[in-house]
Write a protein that binds this ligand. Sequence first.
Ligand code: 5AD
Ligand code: SF4
Length: 475
Amino acid sequence: MNNNKPAETIEDTIQRQYACIDKVREINNEKAGHEGRQPTYDVRIFGCQMNEHDAEKLTGMLEEMGYTKAAEGEQADVIVFETCCVRENAELKVYGHLGLLKPSEGDKRSIIAITGCMMQQPHIVEKIKKSFRHVNIVFGTHNLHTFPELLLKYLTKGKRVFDLWDATSQVVEGVPVTRAEKVKAWVNIMLGCNNFCSYCIVPHVRGRERSRNKEDILQEVTRLATEGYKEITLLGQNVNSYGNDLGLKDAFADLLYALNEIDGIERIRFMTSHPKDLSESLIQAMKELPKLGGHLHLPFQSGSSRILKDMNRKYSKEQYLDLIDRVRAVIPDIAFTTDIIVGFPGETEEDFQETLDVVKRVRFDLAYTFLYSKRTGTKAATYENQVPENIKKERFQRLTDTQNAIGTEINKNYEGQTVEVLVEGKSRQSDAMYTGRTSKFKLVNFTCDRDLTGQLVQVKIVRAWPFWLEGWLIE
Ligand code: 5AD
Ligand code: SF4
């Protein structure tokens, strides 16, 4: 990997990207003139919200370069993979897609570009180099913004392009973005992670924490408000440490107070919060700021203090439960969601019972549950006492059964109530239904005879499902 990039300023790099964008657009326009059709793109996204937002930047750059979105089922002229490596499954899916794209004689040749977290791991780049020779452009998370330059290089030279930076201290501003949604928008506030939870590959592939300047964030959100966006979700691996690298104190709460003042934005969400860094000032902000709603995503990962220590989480079961109590004392009806890992190395039945105990005591609205996945390069991958797959799966089933019963009970309490929903668009459930969320992050599908996308509406809940609520619009 090339680790001495970049010698120039970020403004210069971005300016060069715009020059490359212009050149690629010229090439595409000329080609479109010959072929009678504009070339197409397809961005395939794996993983978390951070990747969804990075994909919006890739899409923005592609559209500026003159590509249009490929139709459903069409093989695009440029296919870009935004990859994830947080669990093995995500990686296997990417290999599956790449395998299917291996061209045979006479097949359409697409340009295949691949980026994202997987590409920050040298052993994976090697595999792509050797086993997937039809992949044309490979770049990583730190140089996503240089995609136009790399694509132009490939278009003009015709040779495979590999450009990977193993670190960066930069925060890039000014990349074109085409947002996937019209009502809610993702906004990065910080990149990277300093925590090194022992199971987690993220700090190895996303680098150290870098916060964006408050002014840049406020400017972006103000622009989103003028474009009609109603909800923003602030993204960072650990939003509670926002500003630490800039030498600021309590900067996350300050940022929330400033964002709350922006007219037009009705709701502000954020993820993810690390329990060890959740400050009193944030709890206070959640109480005082109406736009923050009553939801907090607070991953606990395991209920066993011994496992938490091995995970390097820096809190115990008791400290986590105490934190939940402290938040509830200030915001009594808050909805909690969480992340839980089952089968971390050395996890015994007793440890797992502690996890079930936290689930039962806290009563989360929703839990994202994961089977532990061994990630090369992390500390936990070197632990010898890995839990057998069948035991992991059996515990996972008990955990999801327990959580689903709780989630359903919580949802049942909504039956007969009226809730406020920010309408996001048509529902996937039925053509006659629209979808949106409450301020507490409850997914609501409701019957309505006209499109009220972007508006806050009142919905009467008539039926609770395990993961969503069903209702109808109240005029
Ligand atoms: N195995 C399983 N789950 C993991 N997560 C992170 N790393 C791993 C891993 N190696 C989960 C954590 C984290 C969420 C985003 O993914 O629960 O909070
Ligand atoms: Fe991974 Fe822990 Fe950082 Fe979250 S806080 S990204 S789980 S290392």
